[in-house]
Ligand binder design. Sequence first.
Ligand code: COA
Ligand code: AMP
Length: 632
Amino acid sequence: MTETFDQMQQRALSDPEGFWAEAAEAIDWFKPADQVLAPEGAFPRRWFVGAETNTCHNALDRHVANGRGDQAAIIYDSPITGAKATYTYAEMLDQTARFAGVLAGLGVGKGDRVVIYMPMIPETAVAMLACARLGAIHSVVFGGFAANELAVRIDDSAAKVIVAASCGIEPGRVIPYKPLLDGAIDLASHKPNHCVIFQREQATADMQPGRDVDWADAMATAEPAPCTPVAATDPLYVLYTSGTTGEPKGVVRDNGGHMVALTWSMKHIYGMKPGETYWAASDVGWVVGHSYIVYAPLLYGCTTVLFEGKPVGTPDAGVFWRIIAEHDVKLLFTAPTAFRAIRRDDPEGKFLKQYDLSGLRGLFLAGERSDPATLEWAEAQLGVPVIDHWWQTETGWPICSNCMGYDLLEIKHGSPARPVAGYDIRVLDEGGNEVPAGEIGALVIKTPLPPGTFPTLWNAHDRYMSAYFNNFPGYYETADAGYIDEDGYIFVMARTDDIINVAGHRLSTGGMEEVLSAHKDVAECAVVGVADQLKGQTPVGFLVLSSGVNRPREEIQSECVAMVRNKIGPVAAFKSAIVVDRLPKTRSGKVLRGTMQKIADCQTFKMPATIDDPEILAEIEDALKLAGYAKA
Ligand code: COA
Ligand code: AMP
């Protein structure tokens, strides 16, 4: 008899060790685990303790050995450059083993960190897998971040080598990466020994003799390197994500638990079969890209699509449908914002009707709350299940989802359905007490968390404990607020911290405030995320100027916009800074950001009882209206 969704969840909660030991059979281990889950004691309890394995071996070598050598591993489709290429598993293995040889020749070994600053090209996956092959720890930095953010990551990871491309390409402009990279290395206190540069024809980079190595030259003479056995609990990568300060959190992922969880998810959550084509339209710089562009599809023997383009404008709102039809994509995973963009440009789905999408079985959405209007539009257009699922960089794979590998649960718009394998979700009030069904509170997950979730933050285990586990002992604090309905469906409503979600990208308003407060004329500032029809949210900054400043406000506002772009990067989409006379505060001095956001979004709000001076709110509303916000 086949297992149902309910039975799966029941089994994972009542017998986690049995459940995950069975899932681990899908992975090759050089040495089996002594313990599937470590006993109570050191925190967190680790998975597959004592086991030895290698992620690259499981993603490439074993598939080639098992007869998948001629199957496409990666289909690279770049409407932005017009390039298309297919790399078989055998070709990926050859490239990866040789690039691992290049890195080894530069002194990279087990446990060393390698920063990867690359766009959406196959060489990025090669570089990631080559690190995995050597047991080195990669840290991929998204191309839309500025030099300063790159410098922070170089310093925190103390990278021995940086792998970069000469440029990224955005619609209408080429972004030379090398000046950003050189700038970041100048800013960083830690200096890498070498940079390996992949030259793209759209903008070649100047090389620094002695330090910089040309990718193609090095590959021409490289000897393939074998897979280095690593402990299941050793780190595979560090991925920095926004925290509640300007200092990003280095989320650490292990090798063993990660492979087991991702492989399980491909079959059971996404309902895929090895040999089929899976497409996550995201970026390798984000967790979705790590998990579902590179690792999960390859670990499971699927073909993955690496898409260098945008949902609209490269060249039009039909590009997603062209790719699905051309590459026989069975499952698409993207952010709701991509569908909002497509719907905006092609509300009647005219492009969609030009393609044969009969192979597509489902669409999964994540990264931000899926608004029901977009979900309904996507369902009507595609005629396949549209599944909202909830997860975070910290977990690395979905926490809640409807599962295509099981009986599909009823779809409730606005909910990512129910917890999957081993996630035991509760809703707590501020005192840590469980609240009744339907009541909003902090969404938390009872520990131990399932395999694949983060065991620590890089160089910051105390922060790991204080940010995630200390507030509610025994639980992981997701920093999302929401509720569970009477059928056990989870509704994720808002963040409880300063994180906002801009086009599915996670950004810290606190980080932006740190940049703004460094402006010489700014005495005080606040950044809030206001609703945006396309991107879900966009940041708006409020500036209070130091007394005596009498330069034109517009000048200071544009300087502030430029500062955020230069310090954090264009991805912050920070386009609006508004000078106000004062910020609304409580009597104890806390800035009422939530109230400002509600005014901007024209939402009703309760006048905070502790507000210092209620009249300020009218001034804020006027300033917002002048800037084009707060208009119902
Ligand atoms: N390198 C350099 N710059 C980048 C970049 C990169 N890799 N990615 C984005 N940027 C820049 C963009 O060029 C843009 O700059 P601009 O302000 O000069 O125009 C800015 O960062 C914001 O980019 P983006 O969020 O992509 O906005 P957009 O207006 O160009 O496009 C969408 C809007 C909705 C089409 C786009 O956000 C999108 O495709 N979203 C899907 C997001 C996604 O996949 N998220 C992953 C989570 S699953
Ligand atoms: P990231 O770590 O970048 O993946 O962002 C994680 C955050 O995105 C979560 O904490 C949520 O706030 C938000 N998020 C992701 N998926 C969903 C979803 N399906 N519904 C609502 N919010 C989501």
